[in-house]
Write a protein that binds this ligand. Structure first.
Ligand code: GN1
Ligand code: MG
Length: 334
């Protein structure tokens, strides 16, 4: 089955009118393959082919997402925030599986847009508010040890040990990683020893996983695959590492990477809110670790994927993950 026929077959399992339906690929995220589907009557949807080598247990993943979207829908009633909404199959299932892949569909947020880097401090404050913690609820872990520096570093060492490639060009990068890792591991140790409490965290709180309305108000957090127990520092750090540099996460020219320190405090203002009482003493104490910790984790993951032949993150060319890794290590350094 070619991919066009495949998509038509997928859509025929959903309450979508196939007359004059339009399907266009959209570039969103580095993991799944996404399409915008527009019906003649103008309703539009986000169709995603789920990356099952990253998310091996699709049923648990989708049950988590259904739970999260329901919690958010109730929590946001009467506010200006919105939740993503899944479209169920004709048989009432959360996803559709055929012999090629597993698929899911969300209603498309036509009136909202995301962007890679913020234009002003107000957007940054909005991001802080939007990624602030929602009600804790029992959720499954979709990717175990997702932000464990020890695990990510172990994977990198394993790949380094087993590669036959010439490595001298990554030596300086690897040395920096080793040095920064030692400085940042105390955050993970504090989590492991339960000095920092687990909450429900998004875990992929890149700035572009937030949609804004035309007035610049944050309205909807997207990409809910990795919502699971974690520490606030993961969400604070992932958002800060993507919104403080004025350059994208794959900036090749290290000299161009400048951190906008004012955005740092604007984000925290939004995140913490007027009342810091909801944070524990240790959560506050470890806040400065957040951004460098998450930037270094990403540096390690991108470098590992580069050395593995770019099998995890979608990339535009063979050196793309190496460029991303260098950029993230530079963000860690600053
Ligand atoms: C992936 O799906 P996407 O592109 O939002 C990755 C994140 C990384 C991000 C880097 C499940 O997220 O952890 O921070 O790429 N998601 C997964 O851009 O690995
Ligand atoms: Mg994602």
């Amino acid at each position: 089955m070619n991919s066009d026929q495949n998509i038509k077959e997928v859509l025929s399992n959903y309450p979508i009118s196939m007359e004059q339906v339009e399907v266009i690929p959209v570039k969103t995220g580095l993991i799944h393959t996404s399409y915008k589907v527009t019906e003649a009557q103008e309703a539009s949807y986000l169709l995603q082919k789920i990356n099952t080598s990253v998310f091996r247990d699709v049923k648990t993943l989708m049950e988590n997402i259904a739970l999260v979207t329901n919690i958010l829908k109730n929590a946001f009633r009467g506010s200006s925030y919105e939740s993503l909404e899944l479209l169920k199959t004709n048989n009432g299932h959360l996803f559709y599986k055929n012999e090629c892949a597993a698929w899911r569909i969300y209603h498309f947020k036509e009136h909202l847009t995301g962007c890679d880097v913020p234009n002003n401090k107000e957007m940054v404050r909005e991001a802080g508010k939007a990624f602030s913690v929602t009600d804790p609820e029992k959720l499954s872990v979709t990717i175990p040890n997702f932000h464990s520096m020890q695990k990510r570093y172990g994977q990198l060492q394993h790949v380094l040990k087993n590669t036959t490639a010439e490595l001298s060009h990554i030596d300086p990068l690897f040395k920096q990683i080793e040095e920064f890792k030692q400085l940042l591991l105390p955050l993970e140790y504090a989590m492991d020893s339960e000095e920092i409490p687990l909450r429900i965290t998004h875990n992929d709180s890149k700035f572009n996983n937030l949609l804004f309305d035309e007035a610049g108000k944050a309205r909807c957090v997207v990409d809910l695959d990795t919502v699971m127990p974690g520490i606030i520092h993961f969400d604070v750090g992932d958002c800060l590492r993507t919104l403080t540099p004025s350059t994208p996460e794959d900036e090749p020219e290290l000299a161009n990477i400048k951190l906008r320190k004012g955005f740092h405090s604007a984000f925290l203002e939004g995140f913490v809110g007027n009342e810091s009482g909801w944070l524990t003493k240790n959560e506050i104490k470890f806040l400065p670790y957040s951004a460098p910790y998450m930037a270094l984790i990403m540096g390690i993951r991108f470098l590992t994927d580069y050395l593995q032949g770019n099998i995890y993150f979608s990339s535009d060319h063979p050196e793309h993950n190496l460029i991303r890794a260098r950029c993230q290590v530079e963000v860690t350094k600053q």
